[in-house]
Write a protein that binds this ligand. Structure first.
Ligand code: AMP
Ligand code: ZN
Length: 112
């Protein structure tokens, strides 16, 4: 499958890893929008939040179970934001579900 994030998980494309377990990989966003900007992804391919089903939702659970450890690894002791963009209107550019973990400063209250 021609998926950028599957290739990052496979080590075929380099990334700056901040956390990894059996189910989840987390790495620095190449174009950070905050002092800390990490992408947390499941190792199994799901295209977006719009493709989550009862059959594959455990992958998303694993991501959220890992997020506190990822945040800790990034030194986020005062809170953070988790965002997932979906489809055209959500400006999703990579079609492998990913959760932006943003922090390191107080983030703006509005997003849209
Ligand atoms: P989205 O726009 O929600 O699909 O987010 C995709 C994110 O992936 C963007 O924030 C990009 O900066 C980031 N990105 C794209 N290519 C890479 C890469 N090779 N390594 C790390 N982050 C990337
Ligand atoms: Zn993928």
């Amino acid at each position: 499958m021609d998926c950028l994030f599957c290739k990052i998980i496979a080590g075929e494309i380099p990334s700056t890893k901040v956390y990894e377990n059996e189910y989840v990989y987390a790495f620095r966003d190449i174009n950070p929008q905050a002092p800390v900007h990490v992408l947390v992804i499941p190792k199994t391919h799901i295209a977006s939040a719009d493709e989550v089903t009862p059959e594959n939702s455990a992958a998303v659970t694993h991501v959220f179970e890992a997020i506190p450890a990822v945040a800790k690894a990034c030194g986020l002791t005062n809170g953070y934001r988790v965002i997932t963009n979906v489809g055209e209107d959500g400006c999703q550019s990579v079609k492998h579900i990913h959760f932006h973990l943003l922090g390191g400063k107080q983030l703006p209250e509005t997003m849209a």
